[in-house]
Design a protein. Structure first.
Length: 113
């Protein structure tokens, strides 16, 4: 057994695409893909950018809004997940803060409905 930590202190800040208050902690590599814990501070955002592969964002704490290619914001809370297809422009924002697990890569096969 090996214990790994993915708390706030382990996160590394990301400011690409105009992102703010956003950090990730890598958890696993899946071939060409990866699994990360993403945190958005209150008022944070992951700036609009194209998905590098299929991407699943599963909210585990907090709340926010997500949008895809059409730019229409959809509210998300714990237990919600969103899937973006390769190349799809998307962004995530929060007022109160949000923590999510992101699985991304060309081979991601989403099983949830």
């Amino acid at each position: 057994m090996r214990l790994v930590r993915f708390g706030v202190r382990e996160g590394r800040p990301i400011d690409r695409f105009g992102s703010a208050g956003f950090s990730i902690t890598p958890l696993a590599r899946l071939g060409e893909g990866q699994v990360v814990c993403a945190r958005l501070e209150p008022g944070g955002r992951i700036g609009r950018h194209p998905a590098s592969g299929r991407q699943l964002l599963a909210v585990v704490d907090g709340s926010g809004t997500v949008s895809g290619e059409d730019g229409i914001a959809h509210a998300v809370t714990p237990g919600d997940a969103v899937v973006w297809e390769p190349g799809e422009e998307h962004e995530t924002q929060t007022v109160e803060g949000l923590t999510a697990i992101i699985v991304e890569g060309e081979a991601v096969d989403v099983l949830a409905s």
